[in-house]
Design a protein around this ligand. Structure first.
Ligand code: NAD
Ligand code: MG
Length: 394
């Protein structure tokens, strides 16, 4: 069997690093074709020395010269910018693309991989949330294989009767999407206004990048995942019920007509869903400690509190509104999270800004990727103006 050739977009991130950890355990199975990073030249160069890809991409084109000098003497082609990411994702030599860039920046290279019919391992949920139907249609049209990396969606994928199955067929009635509840699950509403970035990023169960950590704290992550589940499993928010499960051991469940509920369990370690998707339909060792249920002893479930965490409700509303509404939700959330991490706004203002955006910006038909990207740009501009106006007024 010849090795599977991989491009890892976002190789220096949390998912990228976990992917490379699994890859390094199976040198006979995987060969790295390309690695990308946005700005961290030093870390990208270190990974290139270890994994010897043919191509390295630095998406911040201004750092290309720096990367060139860091990799001098190695036989590695250096690409930069969005065009470089798209080239590395669509190269004929590549079988599989790990889409692990954070945010809307990952949409174009992920679509480039889909258009070449690649096997696409999707961590970059924002890309799917933004483009929804267009993304799924492209997967179908180009015969790409889409495998979910998000732990919940990977769990659902594992619990469905077959790949590509959705709710409403094969006796599947509902998806039970689990959520940890984030670091502020028990924080009173009156204190949420004052929590800072470091508290928001201190997730109780998962070590992740800062953007998704803040999303987990606001429950926007669960909102994005609700939309992601609706597209991946051809359903609507009415058939996806969020269950807060603070232990993060059950990664999600699928309910069947006969009353059966299938769950996927595991330690909260992204190497499990990554290994599942990398080797699918086979199973490989992932370096994850076996689950000790005696040690865990008990599981808990709660309903999400939509008063304290309105982001989850906003995401469901954006999905129902359709068109470019989810792209607006995503873009304004990205700007707001950035502003929160930079100390410009308080925690509760993140969902507040998204709420205002959905009320003020009329969604348009999401009939092309260009229309979605234009909407993303307009929503970002709206959010920046709103933030600047608030600062000038105070
Ligand atoms: P991270 O911040 O740790 O890494 C992000 C990666 O994307 C880095 O390699 C960075 O260089 C690159 N990047 C950042 N901005 C970019 C830009 N503008 N253009 C090109 N590349 C850029 O993030 P992460 O936690 O690894 O998350 C990556 C994606 O996976 C996100 O969409 C996240 O929602 C999803 N995800 C992450 C986890 C997790 O456990 N970390 C779990 C499920 C889903
Ligand atoms: Mg998840």
């Amino acid at each position: 069997m010849s090795p599977q050739t991989l491009t890892i977009l976002g190789a220096t991130g949390s998912i990228g690093t976990s992917t490379l950890d699994v890859v390094a355990r199976h040198p006979e199975r995987f060969r790295v074709h390309a690695l990308s990073a946005h700005a961290n030249v030093k870390e990208l160069a270190r990974l290139c020395r270890q994994f010897r890809p043919r191509v390295a991409v630095i998406s911040d084109a201004e750092r290309e010269a720096e990367l060139r000098s860091a990799l001098s003497g190695l036989d590695i082609t250096i690409l930069s910018g969005e065009a470089g990411l798209c080239e590395a994702a669509s190269d004929a030599a590549v079988d599989t693309v790990m889409a692990a860039i954070v945010g809307a920046a990952g949409l174009a290279p992920t679509m480039a991989a889909i258009e070449q019919g690649k096997r696409v391992l999707l961590a970059n949920k924002e890309a799917l949330v933004m483009s929804g139907g267009l993304f799924m249609e492209a997967v179908e049209r180009h015969g790409a294989t889409l495998l979910p990396i998000d732990s919940e969606h990977n769990a659902i994928f594992q619990c469905l009767p077959r790949a590509g199955a959705g709710v409403g067929e094969s006796g599947v009635t509902r998806i039970l999407l689990t959520a940890s509840g984030g670091p502020f699950r028990t924080t009173p509403a009156s204190e949420l206004e004052h929590v800072g970035p470091d508290q928001a990023c201190a997730h109780p169960n998962w070590a992740m990048g800062r953007k998704i950590s803040v999303d987990s704290a606001t429950l926007m992550n669960k909102g994005l995942e609700l939309i992601e589940a609706c597209w991946l499993f051809a359903t609507t928010p009415e058939h996806v019920q969020v269950h807060v499960h603070p232990e993060s051991i059950i990664h999600s469940m699928v309910e069947y007509r006969d009353g059966s509920v299938l769950a996927q369990l595991g330690s909260p370690d992204m190497r499990t869903p990554i290994a599942n998707a990398l080797a699918w339909p086979e199973r490989i060792e992932a370096g994850v400690a076996p689950l000790d249920l005696f040690e865990l002893a008990s599981f808990h479930f709660e309903r999400p509190d939509l008063e304290r965490f309105p982001a989850l409700r906003l995401a469901a509303e954006a999905f129902r509104a359709g068109g470019t509404a989810p792209a607006i939700l995503n873009a304004v959330n990205e700007v707001a999270v950035d502003a929160f991490l930079g100390g410009r706004i308080g925690f509760t203002r993140i969902a507040g800004l998204v709420d205002e955006a959905l009320a003020e910006l009329a969604p348009r038909p999401a009939d092309s990727i260009e229309a979605v990207m234009a909407c993303d740009g307009r929503a970002r501009e709206w959010a920046m103006n709103r933030l600047n106006a608030a600062e000038n007024a105070s």
